[in-house]
Ligand binder design. Structure first.
Ligand code: NAD
Length: 492
């Protein structure tokens, strides 16, 4: 096994947060077959560390450990689990700077954004720590003579979580905190591109007194590990955040064991600008909604639909604002956009831009000769985008904005809904009638009106159509990890 990588560990106040092992049953674990994989800083393409690739028996050992630990964890009182989770929350907050450094090095996002994600990720731990104390059952008026009816809420069992690289910490806490608070042990399989944030969370969970076997991090070949997790009957819930392609695969693979599925999949968000809007205000908001995390965000405003009466002014303002964005290594100073996650993402973005140009779109920006490295992609604005183009049909997950003019509300509703996705949509207008009309007609799980920010622990996050199943966060987020047991107490 590789020793502690000097570059990353030296940057941390607490080098023990940088772990190059899996974490199973409270132990830092090597791959028994000796297989490992390098993890790269996408900004420099330098290896920052290595992870072990576990063998099938080691994944099963994590399930064994979780099964054993479940007995004690579910038996704790909710307020006892809450206390441990609150200690975990405090530790995440106390180590914010180190966690942000790890995140920027493995993911590439600007350091201030990483700090923001740590804060955001931690907030789910606090939220669900408290929600665990409110998993109330019900009393049901009985239609059966002399009987008392009701429901109990019980932990569903072992929960597996497969998470993406774009939000390496928050996508774990949003799931794991809910499961842990509900009384479930978890087995996390993070993206191989960004495992170190997950492993740092495991280190802090251990320090918080979360018992061995309750929070496990397994690493390996993603397709192989996921297959094992899906086929394992003792895993009762599977929560996945990632692409719709892999989500479909996991549905198939989980069919044989009939798991509880929670899927947060891709998005292709419309950003609708009404004729009454100030073009500058709307354009600045659209730039913020599109280029966050270099466009690698499931909430990114992909299809910007602008009323024809203000289209040209909007485009001019958007171009000016986009030109001011800075691109560079997330560790250096005030950077707006870091690199894309790897070279294939740059190639995909290039293909999407070329496809749009070949079908008649006009391009602005994207001078790739100015990119500060192989994995960087300079922001691009495409106008005259049509539904035939990939930039319309596909989630581009890159700093590529597609803009289209529309003339009526009915037309823009049809355009906005013209996608297999249904995660998030944005509306910018001050016309209350238009707001209501659009809000009700949009086939999306989340609609944000006149605000780029829309997420946080109290809100139900999730999509409709092929953007997923279930909701994370909010008052119902914990239900993904609870079973409802109905009881009938007859003739008491
Ligand atoms: P991805 O689907 O490629 O990977 C997600 C996870 O699945 C990773 O852990 C990966 O290792 C694993 N995986 C990859 N191939 C697999 C396979 N064949 N079998 C089983 N597991 C496999 O997605 P990504 O590229 O990491 O993330 C980007 C996607 O995630 C985008 O589509 C984005 O919209 C989506 N996303 C959605 C949300 C949301 O909340 N809806 C949030 C963030 C990202």
């Amino acid at each position: 096994m590789t020793t502690l990588s000097t570059t990353l560990a030296k940057r941390l106040e607490d080098p023990r947060l940088f772990r190059q092992y899996a974490y199973v049953n409270g132990k830092w674990t090597h791959g028994e077959g000796g297989r490992e994989e390098a993890v790269y800083d996408p900004a420099t393409n330098e290896a920052i560390g290595h992870i072990p690739l576990l063998e099938a028996e080691q994944i099963t050992a994590a399930v064994d450990a979780a099964e054993e630990a479940f007995v004690h964890w579910r038996a704790l009182r909710a307020d006892e689990r809450c206390e441990r989770l609150l200690v975990w929350y405090d530790l995440i907050q106390a180590n914010r700077e180190d966690l942000a450094t790890i995140m920027t090095l493995e993911q590439g996002k600007p350091l201030p954004d990483s700090r923001g994600e740590v804060q955001y990720g931690a907030s789910f731990v606090r939220w669900f720590a408290e929600e665990g104390k409110r998993t109330y059952g019900e009393t049901i008026p009985s239609p059966i003579p002399n009987a008392s009816l009701g429901t109990l809420k019980e932990p569903v069992g072992i929960a597996a979580m497969i998470t993406p690289w774009n939000f390496p910490l928050a996508m774990i806490t949003r799931k794991a905190a809910a499961a842990l608070a509900a009384g479930c042990p978890v087995i996390v399989k993070p993206a191989n591109e960004t495992p170190f944030s997950a492993l740092a969370l495991a280190e802090l969970a251990e320090r918080a007194g979360i018992p061995a076997g309750i929070f496990n991090v397994v690493l390996g070949d993603p397709a192989q590990v996921s297959k094992i997790l899906c086929a394992e009957p003792r895993i009762r819930a599977l929560s996945f955040t990632g692409s719709t392609r892999v989500g479909r695969l996991l549905i198939e693979q989980s069919a044989s064991t009939v798991k509880r599925l929670s899927l947060e999949l891709g998005g292709n968000a419309p950003f609708i600008v009404g004729p009454d809007m100030d073009p500058k205000e709307a354009a600045y908001a659209a730039v913020a909604a599109k280029f966050q995390t270099a466009g690698q965000d499931c909430l990114a405003a992909n299809r910007i639909l602008v009323h024809e009466s203000i289209h040209d002014e909007f485009v001019a303002q958007f171009a000016e604002r986009m030109a001011a964005l800075t691109v560079g290594n997330g560790l250096q100073g005030e950077i707006d956009l870091g690199p894309l996650i790897h070279r294939q993402a740059v190639e995909k973005a290039t293909e999407i831009v070329n496809d749009a140009i070949s079908r008649g779109a006009t391009v602005l920006g994207g001078e790739q000769s100015q990119a500060p490295g192989d994995n960087f992609f300079m922001p691009v604005m495409l106008t005259g985008v049509t539904p035939q183009m990939k930039v319309w049909r596909e989630e581009n997950f890159a700093p590529v904005a597609g803009i289209t003019a529309y003339s009526t509300d009915d037309e823009v509703i049809e355009m906005a809904n013209d996608t297999e996705y249904g995660l998030a949509a944005y509306i910018y207008t001050h016309d209350i009638r238009r707001i209501w009309k659009l809000l009700r007609a949009l086939e999306y799980g989340m609609v944000s009106v006149n605000s780029v920010k829309m997420t946080g622990p109290p809100v139900p996050f999730g999509g409709v159509k092929q953007s997923g199943l279930g909701r994370e966060g909010g008052a119902t987020g914990i239900d993904e990890y609870l079973e409802t047991k109905y009881y009938c107490l007859g003739a008491l």
